[in-house]
Design a binder for this molecule. Structure first.
Ligand code: HEC
Length: 184
């Protein structure tokens, strides 16, 4: 009996640690492990080969289509021609949906939003939640289909230029903590 209780206690401790790890997913560590080898320690990328994540990630996070594209790129990968800052990329990025949980993808993207020039380019972007990641995961896309999402983002962003970046979620300022979580 005593041994039984002891074993259960130990199991509970292990579960608590695992739970902590899931919630405490460390975006910086995830970035270093899975992304930095191509996109660079400071998100600088490599001209014509690996697009930069310093700046573009923030900008993409300000429109719904861009958010879906960001999450989908991390989960499913990306293949086909895209442009960034006037430069063309036509490579293949592997997807990480099989190794990263929804919590980890959200933590990783939120860490990116806090880095380099992304806080400025992404001013007003809401944090990513595991639920948002889960909704994109359900789409189950191929890397080439993620590239089609990119084309859609470009269209939206160019159309929206000058008109403010987001007509459909009007919460630029003080996100009214407490009241109706999330506004949407
Ligand atoms: C093996 C190299 C490699 C790794 C590792 C990698 N990527 Fe990529 N990534 C690419 C390539 C190549 C592209 C461009 C693909 C294309 O041309 O269609 C890309 C594109 C992107 C884009 C789109 C950028 C834009 O402005 O359109 C994002 C966002 C991105 N990667 C994020 C990540 C994140 C986050 C990780 C870590 C989970 C990661 N990548 C890991 C190679 C990589």
């Amino acid at each position: 009996m005593g041994a039984e209780v002891k074993r259960m206690k130990r199991m509970l401790a292990v579960l608590l640690v695992l739970g902590f790890l899931a919630f405490g997913a460390d975006g910086a560590e995830l970035y270093r492990t899975y992304c930095a080898s191509c996109h660079g320690e400071a998100g600088e990328g490599k001209h014509g080969v690996y697009p930069a994540l310093d700046g573009p990630v923030g900008r993409l996070a300000t429109v719904p289509e861009g958010r879906t594209f960001l999450v989908a790129t991390v989960l499913f990968g990306l293949e086909g021609e895209i442009t960034q800052r006037g430069e063309t990329y036509n490579g293949v990025m592997p997807g990480y949906g099989a190794v990263l949980s929804d919590e980890e993808v959200a933590a990783l993207l939120n860490w990116l939003l806090s880095q380099w020039r992304n806080p400025r380019s992404g001013a007003g972007a809401k944090p990513f939640t595991p639920e948002e990641v889960a909704r994109v995961r359900e789409l189950g896309l191929e890397p080439k289909e993620v590239r089609e999402l990119f084309l859609k983002v470009e269209e939206v962003m160019h159309r929206g230029q000058g008109a403010g970046h987001c007509q459909d979620h009007g919460h630029g300022q003080g996100q009214g903590r407490g009241k109706g979580k999330g506004a949407r």
